[in-house]
Design a protein around this ligand. Sequence first.
Ligand code: NAD
Ligand code: UDX
Length: 461
Amino acid sequence: MNKVKTISCIGAGYVGGPTMAVMAYKNPHIKINVVDINEEKIRLWNSDNLDDLPVYEPGLAEIVSKVRNKNLFFSTQIEKAIDEAEMIFISVNTPTKTYGIGKGMAADLKYVELCARQIAEVAKADKIVVEKSTLPVRTASSIKRIFAEQKKDFNFSVLSNPEFLAEGTAIKDLLEADRVLIGGENGEAIQALVDIYSAWLPEERIITTNIWSSELSKLTANAFLAQRISSINAMSALCEKTGADIDQVARAIGTDSRIGPKFLKASVGFGGSCFQKDILNLVYLCRHFGLEEVADYWEQVIKMNDYQKHRFAEKMVNAMFNTVNGKKIVFYGWAFKKDTNDTRESAAIYVADKLMDEQAHIHAYDPKVNYERMLEDLSGLRTRVEEKNTELLKFETDPYEAAKDAHAIAILTEWDEFITYDWQKIYDSMKKPAFVFDGRNILDHGKLRDIGFEVSAIGKS
Ligand code: NAD
Ligand code: UDX
């Protein structure tokens, strides 16, 4: 097979955008079209002002500025992109279903199927179709069926190439990937994709498997990662009852080389677009195959995460004399983790919602998240009317102004800038007693207590 000269990627989101930018940067001889149905998103990807890119990721704007309109193009011309490319990545969203069979559990594959049908209709020559979206195991067989029904006299090869990047470190994760996983049956198609990645990664980091192992490995990796967080968060609750300190426990166990130090940071609970969705999907699959015990086992990871978010909000109410009615509570951070503008499933949304049920007045500040996004996140929960959300959630652009006359500050995201704030100045402007609830264990609690704060953190009594 000749080397691939043109790639298209359907879906210009948090995965499609950064992944294709890095691929284009490392393969200057390949033309890459990133297409999306969302016109506004494409307009922002093409914006002259790199601060306007729809995805915030450290290092992304620099790479985009080097390759955009050279060998990386963003557009809404999906059919043209399908027609032009020898290889097409499907990188559309696969959210949890909100209706019908599997509601609240299964992955909604309608966008993936729409892409497959569009590719099948438009294609006029051989195509390698790459599943980049995270998909339930055996989705490739459905995609293949759609192609097979077309009965065209050329070939569609389907590969699974799940993405392992984490938001906030996406560029580094792509440039220095621990591994790239390619599942498939067609050796030539696999080699074509290996060639693209080996432009910057050593071949031993490119793992090839059968297609079902590849699909399932992605769900498994996310389940294992999320399980670590739920495990450490479960221990954080016990620490709070016993006088043990969760950060000390994490350090002590993390030095065991079999456990390892990463992903042991206790927190207000994991968020993000992947962990919950992918585990629910895994649980659904297990139940589908009659594996009730396996399903229950993984479902507990989600239950523990819900518990952690609710526990944090309840602890805040309890500490503040069992009422937050009418009190000003400042949120530092709304994104689901630092260094991203993504808020999907962020713990902040659920903690805010619970406190708003108690009639608290939330004032939120995040370096990368706007008010519109926060309100959309809350309205997505459908827990109260929009006017009430606007009344109880205010937006702040200056963290010091936000703190004025506040009863409490809660850290919901671990943005580095929160650590370096002038906490004395913040304390002086707050109502007393001044509470700090550190949902990320990033602040110097001893120093805050010396200033006069009432401090409550995760996994510390
Ligand atoms: P996203 O919502 O940021 O982007 C998906 C994009 O696809 C959207 O812009 C949407 O408009 C577009 N789209 C949907 N249907 C389309 C269609 N028919 N034609 C053209 N465009 C269409 O989602 P994401 O975070 O980039 O995730 C994409 C996939 O990658 C998901 O399956 C996700 O599970 C997986 N994934 C995500 C991450 C992550 O960190 N976000 C990491 C690894 C894997
Ligand atoms: C995750 C996986 O890490 C990545 O491999 C996959 O491709 C997509 O899903 P992402 O959700 O972007 O990536 O970020 P991640 O760093 O995994 O963090 C997820 C959530 O867990 C965040 O809310 C984060 O704050 C939280 N977390 C992470 C903890 O609470 N403690 C930790 O030790 C690590």
